[in-house]
Design a protein around this ligand. Sequence first.
Ligand SMILES: Nc1ncnc2c1ncn2[C@@H]1O[C@H](COP(=O)(O)OP(=O)(O)OP(=O)(O)O)[C@@H](O)[C@H]1O
Length: 294
Amino acid sequence: MKKYALIYNPVSGDAKFKSRLDEVIEYLQVSGGLVLPFRTRLKGDIRSFISQVRGIATDGFIVAGGDGTVHEVINAMLAEEIDVPLGIIPSGTCNDFASHLGFGKDLSVCLRAVTGGVWRTVDVGRVNGEYFLNVASAGLLTSVAHSVDTTLKNTLGRMAYYLKGLGELPSFRSLHVKITADGQIIQDDILLFLVMNSGMVGSFPTLAPKAKIDDGMLDLLVVNKCSISELMGLFISIFAGRHTSSSHIRHLQAANIYIECEEPVESDLDGELGPLLPLAISTITNKLKVFRLA
Ligand SMILES: Nc1ncnc2c1ncn2[C@@H]1O[C@H](COP(=O)(O)OP(=O)(O)OP(=O)(O)O)[C@@H](O)[C@H]1O
């Protein structure tokens, strides 16, 4: 009998995953598995659960939530040096990493990947001692994911992020940063930067078209200071997939990136509040096992 632990966030996305718990348990049981469910409550409780059940969940951990919950689970697994594969059931608002892996709303597809037992390895990013799976960022729009009210997210979904982002635009000022990316130095006034593992952020699928989650590289995308009308033009080129050739964008790949700013700017890691700048970011290649469809 295969043994799994299922960590689910009851408020991720539209907060409806909990009504499908019975379906998940049935699927795993019928496939000859045994599952130990855990409902998240407060920050930090995931690590203590994972630490306690590491000897029980010998065939894998499963997380049902958004990018933020996946972020907490992978941090706990890596801190506890747990090497079993992770299955992801996307039930958050954006689910960027799961979408990049090809998992969508079809629960049976996610569970089939778990019970199939086939996994692949993926890179993880590390910043100031914490891990991220998908993106580390700071500046305009980047705090939106962790600052939107949960109830608003539950009812409006992604629209809550976009509305909050629009509200930020008029009052935002640029940041003067120094970025050292594998020895290359960029010193500029910028609006935001994203350091990506997959190229999927905020449900935009191809922000970094060359990004791969197992190449040992991170994709840095910097949006230089520009006017609101130029920024609107940039959004249009993002939709059209032409943004990397824009004069307002800098895009490069690097394994080690150091980002400094004179101000104490907050960062965001996978949609959760991250450390203040400076950020020492690196990639650890093929560090995490994730279930995939055979
Ligand atoms: N029981 C709970 N009640 C309230 N908040 C919770 C609970 N459990 C976890 N959280 C918080 O939920 C946040 C993570 O939400 P998550 O990212 O999974 O969903 P989302 O924001 O809807 O999706 P996405 O990040 O993909 O857009 C974390 O900040 C975590 O502390």
